[in-house]
Design a protein around this ligand. Structure first.
Ligand code: PDD
Length: 296
């Protein structure tokens, strides 16, 4: 991993030096949680919201977090200052820690706080001007009664299998239904559709990660008095939609030009609602960044 810098329990390491025990439950079982956000001009995007979701994920996997929001923030700022890159990606991970090889965790094991920073990913402009081709795959999103997708855990096998399936059709990425045939989300992003100028996104009760970008866009749309709804929806809703787009912290809003054999457009029109939402989102992000205390 070139061009990255890491932090393990308060100490900074080069990618080559960064080592964690093979007896860590994060490695053995994916028994960990994580968050990802980016910075623009040294200002962290929606950091408070990411800290809160970190705590929610911990609760959902029965992890009594050893690290307060203040400690996590201090460590993140320390790493970002050392890396010294204005537009950075930061991944913050807490594992349940090193233990005997047994599923049931021992009491009082010490959690590990690990962070990785690198340059914020660069997405070619064509991905925003035209968009991406997605595949709705056969692989189902794991059931929220089994492993709630709303916990941002370090176990992404479900999503890995989905993107591998999508790549077989040369798609950029995958979206998944739940067992009931309701559309949930993509492998690392939420999904939206527009029909007759109304904006829709799958309801959290279908089983998905409630993305920060999703929550923020819902808020920005409602503030702008746009008609936006969280609904249970099927693939037909997406095929019959006028426009489709995705959201995530690293990508922002990215249009979708094709879903399986349904083509939405060749080039995203300036009059499209997606384009308007991209502008609305970017304007609100600017305001937020001017006000954030999370600066390094
Ligand atoms: N992924 N759904 C899943 C399964 C995700 O992993 C993510 C985030 C999202 C979007 O959430 P947010 O808007 O908070 O980024 C939805 C991050 C970007 C990642 O794993 O790199």
């Amino acid at each position: 991993m070139k061009g990255a810098l890491t932090l393990i329990n308060g100490n900074i390491y080069s990618p080559e030096e960064a080592k964690i025990s093979i007896f860590d439950r994060g490695f053995l079982f994916g028994d960990s949680i994580y968050e990802v956000t980016i910075s623009h001009d040294r200002k962290l995007l929606f950091f408070d919201e990411h800290l809160s979701r970190f705590q929610r994920s911990a609760k959902l996997i029965g992890l009594d977090l050893d690290f307060t929001k203040e400690i996590i923030t201090e460590n993140a700022i320390k790493l970002l200052q050392a890396f010294n890159e204005e537009n950075a990606y930061i991944r913050m991970i807490v594992t349940r820690g090193i233990d005997e090889i047994a599923l049931n965790p021992s009491n009082n094991i010490k959690q590990n706080l690990i962070m990785i920073t690198k340059k914020a990913p660069f997405y070619e402009s064509i991905l925003y001007d035209k968009g991406i081709y997605l595949n709705l795959v056969e692989r189902k999103r794991n059931d929220k009664e089994a492993l709630d997708p709303n916990a941002k855990s370090g176990n992404y096998l479900n999503n890995i299998l989905a993107i591998k399936e999508a790549k077989k059709s040369n798609a950029y990425d995958a979206i998944m239904e739940n067992q009931k045939g309701e559309v949930t989300e993509g492998t690392t992003f939420n999904i939206w559709f527009i029909k007759n100028k109304q904006i829709f996104t799958p309801h959290a009760k279908s089983g998905l990660l409630e993305g920060i970008t999703r929550a923020k866009l819902l808020e920005f749309c409602r503030n702008a008095k746009l008609d936006v709804q969280e609904v249970t929806c099927t693939k037909e809703d997406f095929y019959n939609a006028d426009e489709v787009f995705i959201t995530s912290s690293t990508k922002g809003i990215m249009p979708v030009y094709q879903l399986n054999s349904r083509v939405y457009h060749e080039k995203l029109s300036d009059n499209s609602i997606t384009k308007k939402l991209m502008n609305l989102y970017n304007e609100n992000v600017k305001v937020h960044l001017n006000e954030t205390p999370y600066i390094f």
